[in-house]
Design a protein around this ligand. Sequence first.
Ligand code: HEM
Length: 378
Amino acid sequence: SYDWYRQMRETQPVFFDPNIQGWHIFRYDDVVRVITEHATFSSEQNRFVPAEYRDVNPISSSIVRLDPPRHHKLRQLVSQAFTPRMVANMESRIKEITSGLLDQVQAVGEMDVIRDLATPLPITVIAELLGVPAERREDFKRWSDAFVSGDAEATEEDMQEGIQAAGSMVDYFAQIFEERRAHPQDDLVSALLLAEVDGERLSNEELIGFCVLLLVAGNETTTNLIGNTILCLDENPGSVERLRANRDLVPKALEEALRYYSPVKLVPRWAVTETTIGDQRIEAGQLLFAWVPSANRDEAQFPNADQFTIEREPNRHLGFGRGIHFCLGAPLARLEAKIALNEMLDRLPGSWHVSDVPLSPIKSMSAFGVKQLPLTWE
Ligand code: HEM
């Protein structure tokens, strides 16, 4: 929690944890170093973790777990298919989906922000972008949940569920690829199948890894960004009215929510060579966990870091990472959250009230958000 982060930043900012045989990194400057200096801190889990201890999920063979030069090549390839322009073209469709979801809650007069908007919106959008039927979105949700449920307290059952989810997802995409190879469509999967760099295409494993990464990375994180933003507004009375009066503040509020309640908690890296961080010596091969929410509350970088300040400037938060692995989905996540928040401001009048019942955080080591978020308005 945030108390723990603060205590660690102050007392043991570079901390060796015997349980993971690796390091926890808490300060902004150190987190920046660990996530950006890719020659020293590798993202290639497969190089450092014995096969039996690796993540079972196909994400481990996607770009987020690769170093240059392969990372560069793959990122170029997928960037051809997943362009900011393509995202901008989604704007009217995202509005339509959001509006449809809000029609339903308006009729009821109350909502669970997570269940009724923050979950279905990104799933529907990414399913449509990829070109996979949105009717399967219950499956996507189940598969992504099974992946992220693997935390320190994960039971054998959770792990088995994760392995099974991975298997179902791989089978599902193998079938989609076959269909699109035979009949290309105007969608991301077809574009990915056709993209090439230096006459080279993505391998089947890389294709699946990327699609699964999009489904998982694109869902849970965007859901939590929307939910966490509503939490921030609720904890700071008057914010909703300010945003309603000045819509230019909406993107700023989202950036500040990314800083204040970062949806991604930790980013892993492996030391390639022996190095030092602060006064600690890191051995080659050791695992490092860079704690994004801690970096984002570091007073050395953010004055009044524990205060949610909509107009914070500068706001060089690390919510989307930094450097060569900077989130490829950032334009899409920002656009979806902006539309969701603007539509809510338009259609849910008066002041908003989040339920007084204590909210339970989702059970995950790497993601931050709440399970439910009941909201009423006037
Ligand atoms: C990478 C956060 C939404 C796709 C990352 C990284 C972070 C992040 C912190 C860097 C990981 C690292 O350095 O190892 C977020 C947050 C989101 C979000 C907070 C929502 C608010 C999305 C969406 C998509 C997406 C919607 C796609 C649909 C990716 C991809 C990468 C990535 C493909 C890997 C880029 C690379 O390795 O070059 N994201 N993400 N993300 N994200 Fe996101």
